[in-house]
Design a binder for this molecule. Structure first.
Ligand code: DON
Length: 313
């Protein structure tokens, strides 16, 4: 069904999701589950879920869409929304807005660019964002604020941090420690490294299902009926960053294949936004070589094709 956005009924959208779920359940090559956070290594690679939330809150779903998973880097979207609300454009003195073309955990550019990370979605940038919103708050209060933001956005109180995942990453997160110390050495952290990383690891360890994540993403749809918890001007900018930087060194590929703003996480989740139409969440824990959900990326591509929802027409 190539060409042009289609106005699809909820039934038609539900049927598209069911088809995608069925096709995905037959796949044998499902990517590799992230193992550098040991607590994530045991997640069943056979899982697949997808949910689509319409502006009015109606949710359509398929597969394991009600099963909780570790949202990991998808949390960076919510942290960024809070940071822009708190600091406004001053945030951009400390973190850039350009794609990095490098893996999510790369340290390379930080040296050349004096500890100013390329964008808020690579790990280095997200650590700076977390530091920026931590200032003036004990870590527990900040984590409460992030959870409240997400619970409000989703209209669901039942969203929590998985402490075992946070602990697991704290024990093995040497690369993030290196990034944070490097940034601190350049004077771009305001709080102690251990405190910033503690908050960052806990933020990444938030657990949500596809249904909850799609509902929480509705504020990015910017359509009548969708929650307006962030100004439209800011929503436009968050979407621009998701499109250009949300999949790290695969951001261009995701834009080419899917054509929607999206943010991935190493837990295998992706949140994508079809502006004016829907928020879509997918989860399949096996990752591709770029650290993004293998089947999740494909499922988003199928959905964009079958709905004609690419922002590029
Ligand atoms: O900092 C990390 O390495 C993880 N907590 C999050 C990384 C991540 O999700 C990258 N996404 N694809």
């Amino acid at each position: 069904m190539p060409g042009g956005p289609r106005d699809l009924s909820a039934d038609q959208l539900g049927a598209i999701l069911t088809e995608i779920g069925e096709e995905m359940s037959e796949r044998e090559d499902r990517g590799r589950v992230a193992s550098y956070i040991p607590e994530l290594a045991g997640v069943d690679p056979a899982r697949f879920g997808m949910a689509l939330a319409l502006p009015d809150g109606q949710v359509l779903s398929t597969g394991d869409a009600a099963v909780g998973f570790s949202i990991q880097s998808v949390s960076k979207v919510f942290a960024l929304a809070i940071a822009l609300g708190r600091l406004g454009d001053q945030l951009w003195d400390r973190v850039g807005r350009e794609p990095s073309g490098n893996p999510f955990n790369s340290i390379l550019q930080l040296e050349h660019e004096n500890g100013i990370p390329r964008n808020p979605f690579i790990n280095a940038g997200a650590i700076v964002v977390t530091d920026a919103i931590l200032t003036g708050h004990p870590p527990k209060a900040l984590l409460g604020e992030i959870l409240d933001f997400i619970r409000d956005a989703a209209g669901d109180e039942n969203i929590h941090i998985n402490e075992a995942v946070a602990r697991s990453e704290t024990e093995t997160g040497h690369l993030n420690m290196a990034l944070a110390h490097f940034i601190a050495a350049h004077g771009n952290l305001r709080n102690p490294v251990e405190m910033v990383l503690g908050a960052y690891f806990h933020q990444c360890a938030i657990e949500m299902s596809c249904v909850q994540l799609a509902r929480a993403g509705r504020f990015l749809i910017a359509a009548p009926g969708a929650p307006r918890i962030v100004s439209l001007a800011r929503v436009r900018r968050i979407n621009a960053l998701m499109l250009t930087c949300g999949h790290y060194d695969a951001s261009g590929d995701f834009a080419y294949r899917v054509g929607l703003p999206g943010k991935s996480g190493v837990g295998g989740g992706i949140l994508a936004v079809a502006p004016g139409r829907a928020a879509i969440a997918v989860w399949s824990p096996g990752l591709n070589a770029r650290g993004n959900s293998a089947l999740g990326s494909e499922a988003m591509e199928m959905l964009a094709k079958r709905t004609g929802w690419s922002v590029f027409g």
